[in-house]
Design a protein around this ligand. Structure first.
Ligand code: FEO
Length: 174
């Protein structure tokens, strides 16, 4: 039995994951239009991961016998001044998401809901990686500065990222 407070918090998190997907999709489109297809690929893969998170949380609520609620996904910003600004915004957004996830973990503890606590811990760990990846890219872009050759090198590296369904492997949180 999952309490209404946690159904609401997890439903809000589904919305936040879909907003994240939408945000990264717009960023991917901006990077693509600016000629950085590799960076666009990295952001596109990121958007797919966020959608997988949203589906995963929805499935968890259904498994717990709860009805998720779905609300409007707000529109993300449509343009960015630079690739560096995009990744600064990615980092800030992931820090915001980490706060939301931590609040769900705290609520699950207060409500004595060990199943939700166990479920959300996968996301607590995931957020460490999400922030670290974004932080690393902001640092790289700071070092790159105005050097367009180095930026194209980074673009080529980020073209290699592939989407791997985080929940396809056995043993992940479910
Ligand atoms: Fe769903 Fe970027 O965390």
């Amino acid at each position: 039995m999952i309490k209404d407070s946690l159904i609401k918090a997890l439903s809000d998190q589904i919305n936040a994951e879909y907003y994240s997907a939408y945000l990264y999709l717009t960023m991917s489109a901006c990077a693509d239009r600016a000629g950085y297809r590799g960076i666009a690929n990295w952001l596109f893969v990121q958007a797919k991961e966020e959608m997988a998170h949203g589906v995963h949380i929805c499935q968890h609520l259904l498994e717990r016998g709860a009805a998720p609620s779905f609300s409007e996904v707000k529109a993300p910003p449509a343009s960015y001044k630079s690739i560096k600004e995009i990744f600064e915004k990615v980092l800030a957004h992931e820090q915001y998401v980490s706060e939301k996830i931590n609040k769900i973990a705290s609520l699950a503890m207060r409500e004595d809901d060990h199943a939700t606590y166990n479920f959300i811990m996968w996301y607590v760990n995931e957020q460490v990686e999400e922030e670290s990846n974004a932080d690393d890219l902001v640092a790289k872009l700071t070092n790159i500065g105005d050097n367009s050759g180095l930026l194209y090198n980074l673009d080529a590296q980020l073209a290699a990222r592939q989407f791997i369904d985080p929940f396809a492997a056995a043993g992940t949180a479910n």
